[in-house]
Ligand binder design. Structure first.
Ligand SMILES: CC(C)(COP(=O)(O)OP(=O)(O)OC[C@H]1O[C@@H](n2cnc3c(N)ncnc32)[C@H](O)[C@@H]1OP(=O)(O)O)[C@@H](O)C(=O)NCCC(=O)NCCS
Length: 160
């Protein structure tokens, strides 16, 4: 049974989103909470949702689309508040959004965690994502240093 629902994020969610992205366990991987909150709320054409569980917003998830015909695919990114880690909520949210993107005609979904983000990589592999390759010095951390990312992808029919 699915316990999670996704609803479009609105300006009224600003302080909740900021709180989620400010948790050190999240900021470590997402970057500056203020900038990231602004970014999520500015993305009108993307699919940006609040992850709802038992009437509470416990996380955020976004899907973006590459629309160039020959390279058409979608990507996903998410954050769950650490107070709700380990309940399977992140996995459920990805399943819902990935299925929606496949239903909209996408055949491939990518996700690009930091190479050191073993928790996220475990979750994505459990859902069927495969490791494509290392993105060297891909992302800048809060301390200004560059670190590697891991490109992962999921083809239609592989979602578990
Ligand atoms: C990654 C994230 C979304 C996962 O959400 P979640 O709701 O905690 O995930 P789930 O409860 O569905 O699954 C957690 C899994 O990770 C495993 N896990 C926990 N800590 C782990 C670790 N250090 N190494 C490997 N696996 C780990 C759990 O055992 C569980 O797997 P299982 O179901 O096989 O037992 C969440 O941890 C998060 O928001 N992290 C911070 C932000 C982030 O990293 N976002 C992703 C950027 S690409």
């Amino acid at each position: 049974m699915t316990r999670v629902t996704l609803r479009p994020l609105t300006e009224a969610d600003r302080s909740t989103v900021h709180k989620i992205l400010s948790a050190p366990e999240v900021a470590q991987w997402w970057g500056d909470p203020g900038e990231e909150t602004d970014g999520l709320l500015a993305k009108e054409e993307d699919h940006v949702y609040a992850i709802e569980y038992e009437g509470q917003t416990v996380g955020v998830i976004q899907g973006w689309e590459e629309t160039a015909r020959r390279y058409r695919h979608a990507g996903i990114d998410l954050a769950v508040h650490p107070g709700h880690y380990g309940l399977g909520l992140g996995s459920e949210a990805i399943r819902i959004l990935a299925q929606r993107l496949f239903d909209q005609g996408h055949h491939r979904i990518t996700i690009d965690p930091a190479a050191a983000n073993v928790r996220a990589i475990h979750v994505y592999e459990k859902l069927g994502f495969r490791r494509v390759g290392l993105l060297r010095d891909y992302e800048q951390g809060l301390d200004g240093t560059w670190h590697d990312g891991l490109l992962m992808d999921l083809l239609k029919g592989e979602l578990r």
